[in-house]
Design a protein. Structure first.
Length: 472
């Protein structure tokens, strides 16, 4: 099939009408405005059409018809990372919302969980837990597994078991000619390498399979202080975190929480320091590893032996659609000067609209190349920082974004210059996510799999002309 991608007129999208039994919405349709809204409701994405397939065959149909109509295609399950996609312009794009493809089934014989392309983490976590196992989920139960896994995936077991993308054992996706292909370590191996960290540049994911791990419980929880106590706690954590054993993974947050009725009483309207995380070891080992932090006497300490499935809500991330603005950065170190800079921007005397300023502990298995891994076989950073605030109005969102950029700017002397795509909720130079040699290979594979540039991803990997120059 020949795909020509000259700029189409919007009427080209009408070729999609009648597909999927009315589950395709065009501008002007009664259901279009509801259909186009991503999880981050502050992002105003206005595509040429929004399609809700329920099967891989329906995905293939939408991809073929879109291509024949001169439209491009973007896959989206939840839309947590929608900002960079919307910023590219969606006037000629069909957004394929896979949210109605959400099943998750554990296969204890093969030691995997198989999910459809639109599945979120909670049902997959529950499916594994039914067999006394765990999967490498993130910090929120309603994040889409496909986007999270294809972009990397940092969870509570990351310093021991690495990025979630490298726990994938197979990916099934519809590619540019409309065919459904399976890729794994032996079938379409180059594509399998590329999608594990290369995002949605290669097709629409219809299913994923990933390993389960023998983790029925973990020593996990949170330590909480008043924000006024941030300085000694942050200095302790920042000195401890880089050399901590692989079995512990934590995050540090300075939080300014609104007085909202859906928050627990101990959080509502509070300004707090929170360290949460998990230890893959005995209770005694957990107590040993946390002793230095506990010496600072948190007013709340919930660390205990808990079912692994409970960790999917440990971080208390908001669920459902939320208007949010943010910025992020990867850091090579977090010395005393970084502590000073962080406190100046997020401590008790700071003037900021940020709901939270976060530092994630990296290193361990995340810093070592994963044998047989994908394009993100490791992360070259010790920490990942992220600042975010509510965006209830465009003006409030602009202020939150400015404050988040001010936070990352204050930590710029310690930054690696690299980006982590899953936390980059604003347009970035995609080359900053990958090593230079990896980037070259990715662009070559994109050229082979999607030669006419049908697919639009949050973080775009371009094709190559025959002379090696990048194109859109």
């Amino acid at each position: 099939m020949t795909i020509e991608l000259d700029t189409p007129s919007i009427p080209a999208a009408h070729a999609l009408q009648g597909l999927l039994g009315g589950r395709v919405h065009l501008p002007g349709d009664a259901g279009y405005d509801a259909a186009r809204v991503p999880w981050n409701v502050a992002v105003d994405q206005r595509p040429a059409a929004v399609a809700f397939p329920r099967t891989a065959a329906e995905v293939s149909t939408v991809v073929r018809v879109a291509a024949e109509s001169g439209l491009r295609v973007a896959a989206q399950s939840t839309g947590h990372n929608a900002g960079p996609l919307a910023a590219q312009g969606l006037d000629d794009v069909v957004v394929v919302r896979t949210s109605e493809m959400g099943t998750a089934i554990a296969d204890p014989v093969r030691g995997i969980v198989r999910v459809e392309g639109g599945a979120i983490w909670e049902p997959a976590v529950d499916a594994a837990a039914a067999h006394g196992k765990a999967v490498l989920h993130g910090s929120s139960p309603d994040v889409g597994i496909a986007g999270y896994s294809l972009g990397g995936g940092i969870g509570w077991y990351a310093r021991k078991l690495g990025l979630a993308t490298n726990s994938l054992t197979a990916v099934e996706l519809v590619v540019a000619d409309g065919s459904l292909v399976r890729c794994d370590a032996t079938t379409n191996a180059e594509l399998f390498w590329a999608v594990r960290g290369g995002g949605g540049n290669f097709g629409v994911v219809t299913a994923l399979e990933f390993r389960m791990f023998d983790i029925p419980t973990a020593y996990a929880g949170m330590l909480v202080w008043q924000l006024a106590e941030i300085e000694p706690v942050l200095r302790e954590w920042a000195a401890w975190a880089p050399g901590a054993p692989d079995e512990v993974t934590t995050a540090f947050r300075a939080m300014r929480l609104p007085d909202m009725p859906d928050l627990p009483d101990f959080l509502r309207g509070q300004q707090l320091v929170v360290i949460d995380g998990a230890v893959l070891g005995s209770d005694e080992r957990g107590e040993e590893l946390l002793a230095g932090l506990r010496a600072h006497r948190p007013f709340l300490d919930t660390f205990a032996r808990v079912p692994a499935a409970s960790l999917v809500r440990l971080h208390m991330d908001p669920e459902g659609g939320v208007p949010f603005a943010s910025d992020s950065s990867m850091l090579s170190s977090f010395p005393d000067a970084a502590v000073d800079a962080f406190i100046a921007e997020a401590g008790p005397d700071a003037t900021t609209s940020l709901l939270m300023a976060e530092i994630r502990q990296l290193g361990g298995a995340l810093a070592r190349p994963h044998e047989g891994g994908g394009v993100l076989a490791k992360l070259d950073a010790q920490f990942l920082t992220f600042g975010g605030g509510m965006a209830m109005t465009p003006e409030v969102g602009a202020q939150a974004h400015a404050d988040a950029v001010r936070l990352t700017g204050a930590l710029a002397p310690f930054a690696t210059g690299r980006q982590y795509g899953n936390f980059a909720e604003n347009p970035v130079d995609t080359r900053s996510i990958y090593d230079a040699d990896v980037w070259t290979q990715l662009t070559g594979i994109r050229s082979a799999v999607d030669p006419h540039g049908l697919f639009v991803a949050n973080h775009r990997v371009p094709r190559l002309y025959e002379d090696g120059a990048p194109t859109a």
